[in-house]
Design a protein around this ligand. Structure first.
Ligand code: MCU
Length: 412
C-alpha cells in the first residue's frame, strides 16, 4: 500500500514543483513546558540566523560540549532546538489540560484545544491476540509496514496515527494544510513532519490519561516507512516517552545525512538531496529551502537527529536496492549516530540493518527477526535479547577522515 501512495503522489527521482525560499528568523524554543521533554535546567544558546552560521564540511561533531554522560540531556535539547529552528518548524507545547480522548471500540478520538480552537483526530487500534492488557504498542505514522501479523501474535498492539489528516503531504501545494495548522495558525510555514510528531505526542498524552486502558503508556514505540519513516524518526527524536523508534527505509530526510547525500549526488548517483526534497513536498519548514545551496551551513546533520533518540531504543532498517534513498549516506550517518550510543555506553540499544532485493517497504524475513528482537527488548521488556544488529549487504566504505573526523569520548 505504501508503494501505491508514493506512486500516486510523486515519482522517485523526479523533479517536482516549486516552493519559494522564505527567509525566516529562527524562533525561540518553548520546549521546557512539553510533557515529552526530559531536560531541565539547560542554558539555551542563541540560534544564529542562516547567514551567520559557519560552514562545516564534515558531519558536525556530536560531542561538542559533552564531557560527561550527564551533559547529554542538555546537548540533546540543543540539537532538538536546532532541528526545529532550521529544518522542521517549532513543535508547540500543549496548553495544560487541553488534551482529551473518547474511545469507541477500536477507535480513539483525540481532541486538542488551544483557546477557542479545537481539533480532533481518530487513531485506530489493533489489539494483539496473545498476552493480557495493558499491552505494549507500536504507534505507526500512517500504517506499519513491518511484520504486523507477527507483532500482533507476539503481544504487541498497533496504533495507526492519521498523519495526513494532521498535516498534509500532497506536494508543494499542500503547505499549511491539516488539523495541526487549523489548531496552530502561528505554525504557518512549519513542515508536515513536526505536525505528525506533535500528533504522536498528543496521542501519548491521551493514552497516559487512560484513553486506551488496554495499552501500557510506559511501553510505546513508533514506526513508519519511507516518507512516514522520516516522520517516525522525528516523532522518536522529539518525544522521550517513546521507548523504541523503528525507522524503515526513510532515506534522505530520515536516516541519510544531507552532506553525504550531496556527495553521492556529486559523484553521479541518483540520490535525493536537500535541494531536491524541499521542492518535492512539504515535509520540512518552508525556510529550510535556504539550505538547498549549502547543506554544510547546517549546524547539525541527521546522525545527530538519530542521536536525539539516544539512549532509548532505535532500529534503522534500510533497503540497498533503492539508490534514491542514499544508502551510502544512511550507512555513514547511522554509524556516526552509533558513536553517540557508544559514548553513552549503550551501543546495543541502536541497530542498523541494510538489505536489498525486495520492494520498497516490504520487510524481508531477516529484518523481521531484527524487529522482533528490538520489540521484545524495548517494548515487551524481555531480558537477555541480543540486539547487536549492525549489517549491510552494500559495499560501503565509510570515509571516517572525511565525515567523522572527530573523536568519540569515553563519558563517565
Ligand atoms: C523515501 O521516502 C520518499 C522519498 O523521499 C520521496 O522522494 C519519494 O517520492 O517517496 C518516498 C516515499 O515516501 O515512498 C513511499
Amino acid at each position: 500500500a505504501a508503494l501505491l501512495v508514493c506512486a500516486a503522489t510523486a515519482a522517485f527521482g523526479g523533479g517536482g514543483g516549486t516552493t519559494a525560499a522564505v527567509a525566516e528568523t529562527p524562533q525561540p524554543s518553548t520546549s521546557q513546558t512539553r510533557p515529552e521533554d526530559g531536560a531541565t535546567g539547560c542554558t539555551d544558546q542563541p540560534l544564529p540566523a542562516h547567514a551567520d552560521l559557519a560552514l562545516t564540511a564534515a558531519l558536525p561533531d556530536p560531542f561538542r560540549g559533552v564531557t560527561r554522560k550527564a551533559d547529554w540531556p542538555c546537548k540533546r535539547r540543543e540539537v532538538s532546538r536546532q532541528l526545529q529552528a532550521y529544518e522542521l518548524g517549532e513543535k508547540p507545547a500543549p496548553v495544560a489540560g487541553s488534551v482529551s480522548a473518547t474511545r469507541d471500540g477500536t477507535s480513539l478520538t483525540v481532541t486538542v484545544k488551544d483557546g477557542a480552537r479545537q481539533i480532533s483526530f481518530v487513531a485506530t487500534v489493533q489489539l494483539p491476540s496473545v498476552g493480557a492488557p495493558p499491552y505494549p504498542a507500536l504507534i505507526a505514522i500512517g500504517r506499519s509496514s513491518l511484520n504486523n501479523a507477527e507483532l500482533l501474535q507476539r503481544g504487541v498492539a498497533l496504533i495507526n496515527l492519521p498523519n495526513d489528516d494532521i498535516a498534509a503531504q500532497q506536494g508543494g501545494g499542500s503547505r499549511n494544510q491539516g488539523k495541526f495548522f487549523t489548531l496552530h495558525p502561528q505554525s504557518e510555514g512549519a513542515g508536515a513532519m513536526v505536525g505528525w510528531a506533535w500528533g504522536v505526542s498528543r496521542l501519548i498524552d491521551a493514552i497516559e490519561q487512560g484513553g486506551l486502558p488496554a495499552i501500557d503508556a510506559a511501553r510505546l514505540g513508533v514506526t513508519g516507512c519511507s516518507r512516514n519513516g522520516k516522520g517516525a524518526l522525528m516523532a522518536g527524536a522529539l518525544d522521550e516517552r517513546l521507548a523504541l523508534t523503528i525507522v524503515q527505509e526513510s532515506g534522505s530526510g530520515g536516516t541519510a545525512a544531507w552532506r553525504v547525500s550531496d556527495a553521492q549526488k556529486a559523484a553521479g548517483q541518483n540520490v535525493q538531496t536537500l535541494s531536491q526534497i524541499v521542492q518535492e513536498n512539504v515535509w520540512f519548514r518552508s525556510s529550510f529551502a535556504q539550505f538547498g545551496a549549502s547543506a554544510t551551513r547546517l549546524p547539525f546533520d541527521h546522525h545527530q537527529v538519530l542521536g536525539l533518540v539516544a539512549p532509548r531504543g532505535l532500529l534503522v532498517i534500510e533497503n540497498t536496492s533503492m539508490e534514491w534513498l542514499g544508502n551510502q549516506s544512511a550507512w555513514t550517518a547511522a554509524l556516526a549516530a552509533r558513536e553517540i550510543y557508544t559514548a553513552l555506553g549503550v551501543p546495543d540499544r541502536m541497530g542498523v540493518s541494510q538489505q536489498g532485493g525486495h520492494n520498497h517497504c516490504a520487510l524481508p524475513p531477516a529484518q523481521a527477526v531484527e524487529v522482533n528482537a528490538f520489540v521484545d527488548r524495548f517494548l515487551k521488556g524481555v531480558t537477555g535479547v541480543d540486539t547487536r544488529v549492525l549489517r549491510t549487504d552494500g559495499t560501503f566504505v565509510v570515509d571516517r577522515d572525511r565525515w567523522l573526523p572527530w573523536k568519540t569520548p569515553t563519558l563517565d
